[in-house]
Design a protein around this ligand. Structure first.
Ligand SMILES: Cc1cc2nc3c(=O)[nH]c(=O)nc-3n(C[C@H](O)[C@H](O)[C@H](O)COP(=O)(O)OP(=O)(O)OC[C@H]3O[C@@H](n4cnc5c(N)ncnc54)[C@H](O)[C@@H]3O)c2cc1C
Length: 385
């Protein structure tokens, strides 16, 4: 089923509509090939497979679009929504190539762009974004990994945790304290290769929807000062500008999961009989379906409003992106929970699609700014408007 009527909304160009078709066709044909137990290997294969399409071009765009923006956020959202509909791992592999190279696209020197971006597009290098620490998740300004300047190198010491692609990435964007000021103003961002002898994987982390995740340790990890992104002290700005783009796309992934949950539910309630009739005939079932469809359309409107605004109207979309992420992830959690409920016992059986979606959606309400953080961002922007 996979409702595509939103593509007729005025947010999109003809190019977006044909991209949506192209991604759907690819995902429908290929995503099932990568569903096996070794997530590291699946992700490597997914990145290679995605590199044979045009999709990774949107993660690290070669040239700026007509309106001067580096990223086509509507395209990123369409791709994530569609991949997530078919496979959480496919969406993850795609998204991390973008998030993990976004700071280079936005702030990298010509040298860094040459050294990394084509490899990201071609699937030769896997990217990761290393911001969070054991004692600095929501409170980014509390991070303590430090980078000390020593002639033409920086020496990094500290620990990053919850790092997606940790263990399989070829390079990490690492945010560290360089001490220009206290709090958020004293941070800088570096590109650090995974084979740097000062970088090690301290622990691999297993989560309810498996994907490569690790804690990373930096011990006298020396990087050239050519690896610095932007200027010293730009770290917080670099992190927030990148998240400003990718936050709406987290909402889009949640939307893809929610649409899939609704479609699975529609099939189930038409075929499952209760009290002598299809479940779909019961008014309480219809009430759930009505709520699910409404939540999905509201999410889509917020996501594509944020993406269109970023592409066509405003340089920063902090408020719109926070609203899109907050609403879409919370709504998807509720929609998927309703789906599981309507499936009855089958809904919690391992291997059922709605059971998988139930596990997939959970972390999206936590990472790239937990829901509480999004509420605070929206409130701050509203108070200042
Ligand atoms: C699957 C997964 C993948 C991730 N991938 C990455 C990655 O690739 N790179 C990276 O850098 N990080 C990554 N993260 C880390 C993620 O961004 C953090 O988990 C998140 O920012 C929350 O930080 P924390 O876990 O330290 O929770 P804490 O900061 O300790 O917060 C705990 C909870 O407190 C609540 N809260 C937050 N702020 C407030 C407030 N002001 N008032 C009241 N309550 C509040 C929220 O509910 C939050 O979940 C990932 C996390 C997960 C789970």
């Amino acid at each position: 089923m996979n409702d595509k009527t939103f593509l007729s909304w005025p947010f999109f160009s003809e190019q977006h509509r044909s991209l949506s078709e192209e991604v759907s066709l690819w995902a429908e044909t290929h995503c099932a090939e990568f569903q096996h137990n070794n997530v590291d290997e699946s992700c490597r294969q997914l990145v290679s497979a995605l590199a044979k399409t045009s999709f990774l071009q949107y993660c690290s765009p070669e040239r700026h679009s007509e309106n001067g923006q580096a990223f086509d956020v509507r395209a990123l959202c369409i791709i994530r929504e569609t991949l997530a509909y078919y496979s959480g791992l496919a969406d993850f592999s795609f998204a991390m190539q973008g998030l993990g190279s976004g700071p280079i696209t936005l702030f990298g020197s010509a040298l860094l762009k040459d050294n990394y971006l084509d490899d990201v597009r071609q699937g030769r290098k896997i990217a990761a974004f290393a911001l969070s620490e054991p004692d600095a998740g929501s409170d980014v300004a509390a991070l303590t990994t430090n980078a000390t300047k020593d002639k033409d190198t920086y020496v990094l010491n500290g620990e990053k945790t919850w790092i997606s692609n940790g263990g399989i990435a070829d390079f990490y964007i690492v945010f560290a304290r360089t001490g220009e000021a206290s709090g958020a103003k004293g941070l800088s961002a570096f590109v650090v290769d995974a084979d740097n002898p000062g970088l090690s994987i301290k622990e691999r982390i297993d989560v309810i929807a498996p994907h490569p995740l690790a804690t990373i340790e930096f011990s006298d990890c020396k990087v050239s000062d050519l690896s610095l992104l932007g200027n010293r002290g730009d770290g917080f700005k670099i992190a927030m500008s990148t998240l400003d783009i990718f936050r709406s796309t987290v909402g889009a992934a949640a939307l893809g999961f929610a649409r899939r949950a609704l479609d699975e539910t529609l099939k189930q309630v038409k075929q499952r009989h209760l009290f002598g009739a299809p479940m779909a005939d019961l008014q309480l079932t219809q009430a759930s379906l009505g709520e699910m469809a409404l939540a999905i359309d509201a999410s889509a409107l917020l996501i594509y409003r944020a993406a269109w605004t970023k592409d066509c109207v405003a340089d920063r979309v902090t408020r719109e992106a926070a609203m899109a992420k907050l609403h879409a992830t919370e709504a998807a959690q509720k929609v998927i929970d309703q789906a599981v409920q309507l499936f009855g016992g089958r809904g919690v059986k391992s291997g059922e699609k709605v059971e998988e979606l139930y596990r997939e959606i959970r972390a999206l309400r936590i990472y790239e700014g937990a829901s509480e953080v999004q509420k605070l961002i929206i409130a701050r922007q509203t108070l200042n408007s």
